[in-house]
Ligand binder design. Structure first.
Ligand code: E4P
Length: 217
């Protein structure tokens, strides 16, 4: 499973990238706003830091302007994936940008039918939002399962990029289903290393080691 980091914070990306945990990065207008950075500048910095796809989102609502924005974002670096919303305008932009050879990430996906349309439009990635479905008492994980089934039934190559991941359980559920990629905030990726028995076991080992009076270095 590929790990994308869902942030526009350079330091957080660098920390995980140094550990080999970053296969790509996703950003959106809200994350750009939180970073306080200029979208073109920060996207360029991120794309230079990581070798995998870096999603940068268009903000126009009509297809022609989305395509123009997408071309400008894609010109930042070879590893930019242009992010477009799952609207008819977004699907049109996806189709055009894909045909021009750009990677496209279709975002704000909340149904398997939407995911089917994105695959037919040639999307590189489809981003179903798990957490936002859970927020309204719907089942985000079930959506990932449905999309996996539909894509596998017809051999679509669009990669399922599980997004809006809020918990470590979301990550594991997506891995069990076979999502191709998951994107999560750095704190969720870091929390995957936590286990109370690891902490307790390490404390016991340290206590016993102290009693030996030995040193390795
Ligand atoms: C990633 O592509 C999405 O923009 C992001 O995962 C949304 O997450 P949120 O629902 O926690 O804002």
């Amino acid at each position: 499973m590929k790990f994308f980091v869902d942030t526009a914070e350079i330091d957080e990306i660098a920390e995980l990238n140094d550990l080999g945990m970053v296969d790509g990065v996703t950003t959106n207008p809200s994350l750009i706003m939180k970073s306080g950075r200029d979208i073109l500048e920060v996207t360029k910095e991120i794309a230079a830091m990581v070798s995998g796809p870096v999603s940068a989102e268009v903000v126009a609502l009509d297809a022609d302007t989305m395509i123009a924005e997408g071309r400008k974002l894609a010109a930042i670096a070879d590893n930019i994936a242009v992010k477009v919303p799952l609207t008819w305008a977004g699907l049109k932009a996806c189709n055009t940008l894909t045909n021009e050879g750009h990677m496209v990430n279709v975002t704000l996906c909340f149904s398997a039918n939407q995911a089917l349309l994105a695959a037919k439009a040639g999307a590189t990635f489809i981003s179903p939002f798990i957490g936002r479905l859970d927020d309204i008492n719907l089942d985000g994980i079930e959506l990932i399962e449905d999309i996996r089934t539909v894509y596998d039934n017809y051999g679509y190559e669009t990669q399922i990029l599980a997004a809006s991941i809020r918990t470590v359980n979301h990550v594991l559920d997506c891995a069990r289903i076979g999502a191709d990629v998951m994107t999560a905030p750095p704190k969720v990726i870091k929390a995957m290393a936590n286990h109370v028995l690891t902490d307790n076991g390490l404390a016991a080992f340290m206590s016993d080691w102290e009693k030996t009076g030995q040193k390795i270095l």
